[in-house]
Write a protein that binds this ligand. Structure first.
Ligand code: NOJ
Length: 766
């Protein structure tokens, strides 16, 4: 149906007919002519088009406009026809998208198709775990597959560009956007971010079902002070290069088509006007060939920041810094021509920005295939997509506590079970933040999945107990207590509802909100085995509930298939194997707390640390015991990065190196034996960390440099092998250049950042 109409329309359109004729007649093809010798075909097409564009059309390509609320008003039709819009965001009605494309392609003078952007962050209709949860899988292939699934569902509605992956390293669980990130580590971020880029874009952006990715937010947004969203950042250049930039470099290397400038400022210069970031690092150092889009009105906000006095100056700064396309605000549309006439900017500057955009549009194959035929895509939420979402949810689950091996629950010996809490049966909340298109109607909740799993043999006593995760009322608590008392075991689903994390939803207190701790205390009084499943968009501080639970399963916001995935783990169909992509503090005052910290001149150890309770009254001030720690919280987190329990145990032994002395520039191979010493078949995420003992700048006490997910039968062993390349040992030194230095290194292989199995090697300069 769609195809026939489209062909009829195409044939009716003189502009398209002419374009097609030109395209297929050798020698006459405007977009693929023989041109300057040696010029790349893509560049030739861009140059041909550029040569025919007016200034208005060029500035038009630099404008990204929000959709019009379900139609195409006359003014928008005129703007599209005049070539004054290069991209639309937030339109998901395929008919409207196709009509917009038709106007752009058939009715505008040059027929340049539109990029249609949308925040497809962790799924489209079928929702995957939040990105922080996906990071807990440590499974790049699964992450890639999830992004591919999201791309297919989104592309079927005409979306051809997602504003993902978000690869802001962050060490602050107060920041609501930690939910969207891949955690605290540059290496894990780099590997998984690149996997997402590959998933969205495939190997060839022109292929059916691929969409352009957008690595965001460039750069340093994850360091927003005090975790307050949009706040200023304070990142020394050395830390920026060693911690915050590597994931973006990895995304560029993976071929990401676009980059989004951050709302935040860096060293006093907001990212959207930051030449150092976008000219020097992104283009000159990394050779990025895609284009940069601003964040929502972030060019206009240069004035709000106080960098510029008005919109015109904001446009001047953003263009100079290298922002190709302006999202939502209109400083480019309104002021670039004037700035050009005044001679303050050059046409070459505008051309460079427009060329970047056109290059991506050509790469996407949009000129050949501007329209979307939904019937050419797999069905939304088809069984394969649900299976991917389920596996991602399953692998994202992290078991934090399991006293007396209360988990897994044995269904055979269970007569009844209490299912309690505001998040046990809420298909919407389990999807998490950034689910504009997520379909809560297809969510499978823990309650429904548990009911289905236990069947009629086990009585399920369900009490919601609290209306939301924030509720303060205790009205439902007695009913919950009664349900617990009359059950053999209690599973309570707590955490944060979706809106408590994500953009602009930061928290200063990261305990369980509302009266949830009190609910746990009440249930604990019953003496029944008590399992807490926490659904949340960030690490929470759990100190006030640890003594009131027997097991804690951390489920993040697990998405559409959270219910069956959680059920599989609770009842032992599968062992949990997720590992934390971010450190969990004991108290919020420890933040930022992360495993890859610096050693400092006064590191704390069990021997040197003195707690608030150990200090004698009126003890004279002396430097003994003066170590880097908090008197009340100590120096270690509640749960370290890379941590997660299993239903089995793994042991690590026989660490071996290809040599203890390695010449500078040569790789070193590290092997160890992993053994499943328990009695359950399970996955394990094997992690490799290094420490560079002495550096031109101080180096972290541990740095993740490799990981593998493997599966072992009880009693089985496997030798894992990692190759550390010179790049893995390199870091940015004092002069901000990437360097490899001779010197001593430690290397660990184990199941968390607290791995103990260690070897040592020396990189020699000869
Ligand atoms: C603002 C957010 O910071 C960004 O991540 C998002 O892609 C845009 N809005 C568009 O919705």
């Amino acid at each position: 149906m769609f195809r026939t109409n489209r062909i009829k329309r195409l044939v009716r359109s003189p502009a398209v007919f002419l374009m097609a004729l030109l395209f297929f007649l050798p020698g006459l093809n405007l977009y693929a002519t023989e041109g300057v010798p040696g010029m790349h075909e893509l560049d030739r097409r861009v140059a041909d088009l550029m040569a025919r564009m007016t200034l208005t059309e060029k500035i038009g390509q630099m404008a990204q406009v929000n959709a019009f609320g379900g139609g195409i008003p006359v003014a928008a039709q005129e703007a599209l026809t005049a070539g004054r819009i290069g991209s639309i965001l937030n339109e998901v009605n395929v008919n409207i998208v196709n009509e917009m494309q038709r106007i752009a392609v058939e009715e505008s003078r040059l027929g340049i198709p539109l990029m249609i952007g949308r925040d497809v962050i962790h799924g489209f209709k079928t929702v995957l775990p939040i990105p922080l949860g996906q990071a807990a899988t440590w499974n790049p292939e699964l992450v890639r597959k999830g992004a591919r699934m999201s791309a297919l569902e989104a592309a079927s509605t005409g979306i051809n560009w997602t504003f993902a992956p978000m690869i802001d390293v962050t060490r602050d669980p107060r920041w609501g956007r930690i939910a969207e990130s891949l955690g605290e580590d540059p290496y894990l971020h780099s590997v998984l971010g690149a996997a997402m880029v590959k998933g969205f874009q495939g190997d060839d952006l022109a292929e059916h079902g691929t969409i352009a990715a957008c690595a965001k937010h460039f750069a340093g947004y994850g360091a927003s002070e005090s975790g307050r969203d949009y706040n200023t950042t304070n990142i020394p250049e050395n830390e920026l290069r060693n911690v915050y930039l590597p994931p973006f470099h990895a995304a560029v290397e993976a071929g990401v088509a676009t980059i989004m400038a951050s709302f935040s400022d860096l060293d006093g210069i907001p990212a959207s006007g930051n030449r150092f970031l976008m000219r020097q690092v992104l283009r000159e150092e990394w050779g990025f060939e895609g284009f940069v889009v601003s964040d929502w009105a972030s060019i206009e906000q240069l004035t709000v920041h106080g960098l510029t006095a008005n919109d015109k100056e904001a446009a001047f700064e953003a263009l100079g810094a290298g922002v190709n396309m302006e999202m939502a605000s209109t400083t480019y549309t309104n002021h670039l021509e004037e700035l050009l006439q005044e001679g303050r900017i050059s046409i070459q500057q505008i051309d460079e920005m427009v060329e970047g955009i056109l290059r991506v549009k050509f790469r996407m194959g949009l000129f050949e295939n501007p329209y979307t035929d939904p019937s050419s895509y797999p069905a939304i939420s088809n069984p394969e997509h649900l299976a991917t979402a389920r596996l991602a949810a399953l692998q994202s689950l992290v078991l934090l506590e399991n006293r007396n091996k209360v988990l897994p629950i044995n269904k055979e010996t269970l007569g009844s079970i209490a299912i309690i809490g505001p998040l046990a049966d809420d298909g919407y909340e389990q999807m998490g933040t950034w689910v504009f298109d997520g379909d809560a109607g297809i969510s499978q909740t823990p309650l429904s999945a548990i009911r289905e799993f236990v069947g009629t043999d086990v009585r399920v006593n369900h009490v919601r107990a609290m209306e939301t995760s924030r509720s303060r009322s205790v009205d439902g608590f007695e009913k919950a207590r009664a349900a617990a008392e009359s059950s053999d075991a209690v599973i309570v689903f707590l955490g944060e509802e979706a809106i408590l994390s994500g953009e602009a939803h930061s928290r200063a207190d990261i305990d369980l909100p509302g009266n949830q701790a009190e609910l746990l205390r009440v249930l604990h009084e019953t003496g029944k085995p008590l399992i807490a499943v926490i659904l949340a968009g960030r690490p929470l501080t759990l100190e006030n509930v640890l003594d009131h639970t027997d097991a804690i399963l951390y489920a993040w916001h697990p998405g559409t298939m959270g219910g069956p995935a959680i059920t599989d783990v609770l009842f032992g169909v599968e062992s949990p194997a997720g590992k934390l992509p971010v450190t969990f503090p004991k108290m919020v005052g420890q933040v930022p707390i992360y495993y890859a910290h610096k050693h400092t001149g006064k590191p704390a150890t069990a021997d040197t640390f003195r707690s608030i309770d150990d200090i004698p009254v009126r003890m004279p001030q002396s430097s003994s015991g003066f170590v880097s720690s908090h008197l009340d919280a100590g120096y270690s987190p509640r749960y370290p990065f890379g941590y997660g329990l299993s239903y089995t145990e793994f042991s690590y032994s026989d660490i071996r190196l290809s040599g203890n002395r390695v010449a500078l520039g040569e790789p070193v191979t590290v092997k160890a034996v992993v053994t499943n010493t328990g009695d359950v078949e399970a996955d394990e995420i094997v992690q490799l960390y290094i420490r560079d003992l002495v550096g031109n700048v101080t180096r972290p006490v541990k740095e993740l440099k490799g990981f593998q997910r493997l599966r072992l039968q009880p009693g089985d062993s496997q030798t894992v092998e990692f190759v550390l390349e010179p790049d893995d040992l390199a870091f940015y030194g004092r002069d901000m250049k990437l360097i490899n230095e001779p010197g001593d290194f430690h290397v660990w292989i184990g199941g968390s950042s607290e791995a103990e199995l260690r070897a040592e090697f020396t990189v020699t300069s000869d």
